[in-house]
Design a protein around this ligand. Structure first.
Ligand code: HEM
Length: 306
């Protein structure tokens, strides 16, 4: 593999892991909020499961954050010389990218005690608010290493759009991930014995997912309007072509979501309904994972006017 293709693969792979982890973390927080509206009888069991998911997601984010620093160092120096600890420190401490990366790493470090707190004091509501605040910090600084900070028309609008975009992705797809893996993963509902309880849960999730998908599509299109100056750039530049691919995948994810909402949801309480939901929900998440991979690639391509 040519050096610059390898660099792009490293950068995109690390960014993909980062986005998957952030979407997952937002999902844990959003699921907890959703469950708080009508708490289940066994809040402690739910909290324990959510705390485990938060721990896994945060560990993934910590690994991904370190991987991004390595990838950035490789793409800056690795084509000419071996990546050493000294070079990694140089990129982290003496570049503008490194300054923003440090903010992101600090937000991840801040989330560690908050995640430990929800695990140790499961059942205490305030710990979840502290956890939620640290997720907001992670989301707030995430776009600083994307194109939002390089946009020459000012950073405020693209940053605001990207923060809303990432939050909406987490509320829709992260919550779905948590619903399938922690909400249905054990207990009677997973064995199809309590389809009515699952049906109630999904009924609560559906309007949240619909709103988040609308915000996600809207903020995505508005960001694209900022970055793409002329329509032909959509097929004449690599950025435009990858953006079109991403839009197609969005259409597919949204179509699967609509199928789950209109067809699968009404039949959940019936025989085999929960299993069907697990299968179709997993398909929706798999397409979304590919979409995030395409996004991670997009973020590292030159903007159309460059
Ligand atoms: C399931 C749907 C989608 C998901 C999960 C998703 C996810 C993301 C994520 C995680 C980012 C990176 C945020 C960052 O760290 O800076 C991003 C950026 C972006 N998204 Fe989406 N997105 C979706 C749909 C869309 C749609 C429909 C469009 C517009 C057609 C769009 C356009 C963009 C653009 C232009 C960027 C900025 C990329 C850059 O920095 O160059 N997205 N998206």
């Amino acid at each position: 593999m040519a050096g610059d293709t390898y660099a792009l693969t490293l950068l995109s792979g690390a960014k993909w892991l980062t986005d998957v982890a952030i979407v997952w973390l937002i999902g844990v927080g959003a699921y907890k909020l959703m469950a708080a509206v009508a708490p289940p009888t066994d809040v402690r069991t739910l909290d324990t499961r959510l705390a485990r998911q938060a721990g896994l997601a945060l560990s993934l984010l910590a690994v991904a954050t370190a991987a991004r620093l390595y990838a950035q160092t490789y793409s800056s120096f690795g084509l000419d010389e071996p990546v050493t600890g000294e070079l990694i420190r140089l990129v982290a401490e003496q570049t503008r990218w490194g300054g923003r990366w440090q903010m992101q790493a600090a937000a991840v470090a801040l989330a560690a005690p908050a995640t430990a707190l929800v695990a140790v004091k499961s059942g205490a509501r305030w710990t979840w608010w502290v956890f939620g605040a640290t997720i907001l910090a992670i989301v707030g600084v995430a776009p600083t290493t994307s194109h939002a900070f390089a946009y020459d028309g000012g950073v405020v609008l693209p940053m605001a759009l990207q923060i809303a975009h990432l939050s909406a992705a987490g509320v829709w797809l992260g919550t779905l991930l948590v619903l399938l893996s922690a909400g249905l993963s054990s207990g009677p509902s997973a064995r199809g014995e309590d389809g009515t309880a699952v049906s109630r849960l999904v009924d609560r999730f559906s309007p949240v997912a619909l709103t988040a998908a609308t915000v996600l599509g809207g903020t995505g299109v508005l960001t694209a309007f900022l970055y793409v100056d002329e329509i032909p750039q959509l097929w004449q530049t690599s950025y435009g072509r990858v953006l079109l691919l991403k839009s197609g995948l969005f259409g597919l994810t949204a179509a699967l979501g609509a199928y789950n909402w209109r067809r699968v949801r009404p039949a959940i309480a019936g025989p085999g309904g929960v299993t069907r939901l697990q299968r179709s929900g997993t398909a929706e998440l798999l397409v979304a994972a590919v979409l995030l991979l395409v996004t991670a690639w997009l973020v590292h391509l030159p903007m159309p006017h460059e």
